[in-house]
Design a protein around this ligand. Structure first.
Ligand SMILES: NC(=O)c1ccc[n+]([C@@H]2O[C@H](COP(=O)([O-])OP(=O)(O)OC[C@H]3O[C@@H](n4cnc5c(N)ncnc54)[C@H](OP(=O)(O)O)[C@@H]3O)[C@@H](O)[C@H]2O)c1
Length: 313
């Protein structure tokens, strides 16, 4: 089955940087330009999180929306909650998916985004101290309040999603995970069935099949591999070879580096929706322009094999 391709703009880069300073006019101007470039390129799905730049990403987006209210119903706006940055010992983040915390955060998110509702709320990371049954009760309340239309998760294993889903009447719509040409454990698990080389990743086991069976979209974060496939970003000889291949394919398919990295994800028939985070206007345009790029089977595999630097089994 062919899924309709979707590109999500990830707003982590809006609103300045990760500090508690106020949003500046310059940050706002930059955000306005980025949002407009994304909209003009046809992107209508935006990803937020309450923590991004300590709320300033949502604030900058909300300021734009205030000035362009007629846009609201044409957009799909999602945010995430559940992480408390520097909330724990050693400056570590901690997680909180309790009802009080999520409900308060949703109110603040809506205020910052200048909207009455979210199209989706994603639980940013699992919290071992909140029972899935209690999370389901919170989801039920938020749905009833009209503040959130649909729900998804992020960084959750197949088993966690199954458990949460078992308490819900409505289907979860997405799991947002890191997935790109360089971080493709989800696919490794499909072909190296009897040799899992990195046990910490087995939470992803079965996720590709589960997501197709239950129509759960896999939102792939860091799809441009955070700039790793660029002259400044390459880390080793293997990356250099892969970058050269990407550049050749960009020429062959009349695309770009960003375009080839995204086309590689879209070629997998499992409703994968990349969440790009580039703040470079040209890269945003190139990303959207790649929606029509169809990599051949041979080129798709060549990218995967070279990025790994080893043969498939
Ligand atoms: N759920 C989660 O836990 C989670 C975690 C991380 C991210 N996310 C979401 O996913 C979105 C995307 O994540 P991401 O920012 O890591 O993804 P990304 O799109 O792979 O990376 C964007 C970063 O890479 C740089 N970059 C990309 N292509 C480049 C190139 N060819 N040359 C030089 N630099 C290049 C960008 O710089 P420029 O801005 O200069 O282009 C930017 O700093 C975020 O905005 C957020 O919404 C979710």
């Amino acid at each position: 089955m062919m899924n309709e391709r979707n590109l999500i703009y990830g707003c982590m880069g809006l609103g300045g940087s990760w500090n508690k300073n106020s949003l500046t006019n310059e940050d706002q101007k930059k955000a306005d330009n980025i949002i407009e470039t994304a909209l003009y390129a046809g992107i209508t799905h935006f990803d937020h999180a309450d923590i991004y730049n300590f709320g300033k990403a949502e604030q900058a987006f909300g300021n734009y929306l205030k000035r362009n209210q007629s846009l609201r119903e044409k957009l799909f706006i999602q945010s995430k909650t559940g992480i408390i940055i520097n909330g724990g010992s050693l400056g570590s983040s901690i997680y909180n998916l309790s009802q009080n915390y999520i409900s308060n955060q949703v109110d603040q998110i809506l205020k910052r985004l200048s909207t009455d509702y979210l199209d989706a709320l994603l639980l940013h990371r699992p919290d071992p101290l909140t029972a899935m049954e209690d999370i389901a009760a919170t989801i039920h309340l938020l749905k009833k309040s009209g503040k959130v239309k649909t729900f998804g998760v992020s960084n959750m294993s197949t088993a966690q999603i199954q458990l949460l889903q078992s308490y819900l009447e409505e289907p979860l719509i997405s799991n947002q995970i890191e997935l790109n040409l360089s971080q493709s454990m989800l696919l490794d698990l499909e072909v190296w069935v009897n040799r899992v080389e990195s046990p910490k990743e087995v939470g992803l086991g079965g996720l590709l099949a589960y997501s197709q069976e239950h129509n759960l979209s896999l939102q792939a974060y860091s799809p441009l591999v955070k700039g790793r496939y660029s002259n400044e970003g390459v880390k080793d000889e293997k990356d250099k070879i892969t970058l050269k291949l990407i550049e050749e394919l960009a020429e062959k398919y009349k695309s770009s580096i960003s375009g080839i990295l995204l086309a590689w994800l879209w070629r997998i028939p499992a409703n994968i929706q990349p969440v790009i985070g580039t703040t470079n206007l040209k890269r945003i345009q190139e990303s959207a322009a790649a929606l029509n790029v169809n990599l051949s089977r041979e080129d798709w595999y060549a990218l995967w094999i070279n990025a790994k630097g080893k043969k498939l089994p």
